[in-house]
Design a protein around this ligand. Sequence first.
Ligand code: NAP
Length: 298
Amino acid sequence: MGIFDFIKGNTKIAAVIGDPIEHSISPQLHNTLSWQLGINMAYIPLRVDKAYLGKALETFKALGFIGINVTVPHKQHVIEYLDEVTEDAKLAGAVNTIEFRDGKLTGYNTDISGFVRMFKSEAGTGFRERDVVILGAGGAARGVCIGIIRDGAKRISIANRTLSRAEQLAEELNNLKKGSASACLLNSREMKKAIQHADIIINTTSVGMYPHTECNPLDEDIVFRENQIVCDLIYNPFETCLLKSARLSGCLTINGLGMLIYQGVHSFEIWNKVEVPETVVKNVLASFKNYFKIKEIQ
Ligand code: NAP
């Protein structure tokens, strides 16, 4: 009989907290990274009720955890328990990664860095001087927009079902970079015009996500140009209705799995003070793509 010696007395412990947490693939991702890179870290999922958030963080600190990922619904509330928060996380108003070091809790937002790194890797280009349409104005849209502005986008048009949320986000972005953002209603004439001129279209709404896989955030009469890049933050299903119609129009399409992998990789790098080689990230992403395709067929 073999000995399972992955977890030992000196193994560093990290975790993801959320409520619910069963759906998270972060444990598979981080334990795969540790295994591939020969790093002595184990990563577990923990369901934490909002009422115990502060106590849970104190406990992780007392137990010597090196870090945690934070997912829905704690990304905003967790900020009040932290000693420091990075500029990106402050702007996004959300923390998805906490580092425990020298008794101090520091909050990061690796969704922002993860999204931009993923996009550059999968699209082979960044956002400099690009015209971008964002569908949605929720938490994910805010992070994506901050990353895009930082990377030098020329213009961002935010189209949302609730106009006031799009206007609020556009105002915040214009405070970061004057004249960079505008707001309109989802599927309005203004949005359709913006899509015609856009280089990149990114869906950050939850429309089309499992189990409502037949839904598309865009009206049927919207046609893409073949030189546009269309990205959907959803990865279940692997190809949403939106991505399918964009692919059939000849566009380069990108789903949300890469963002999930790259944000996790950045958390892993923060905790372990390592740089994960791009070849390793690409191999891990390819394995997860297969894993999801197989799960979808079943
Ligand atoms: P959120 O803050 O709740 O925002 C949801 C957005 O979707 C809002 O803009 C909302 O519009 C819009 N929306 C919801 N139902 C709609 C409908 N029936 N018609 C039109 N618009 C609708 O959620 P979030 O955290 O931003 O997450 C949004 C999506 O991104 C989810 O699918 C999530 O899984 C995905 N995500 C993926 C990653 C990744 O790593 N790949 C990371 C984060 C998020 P209103 O403002 O009008 O309500």
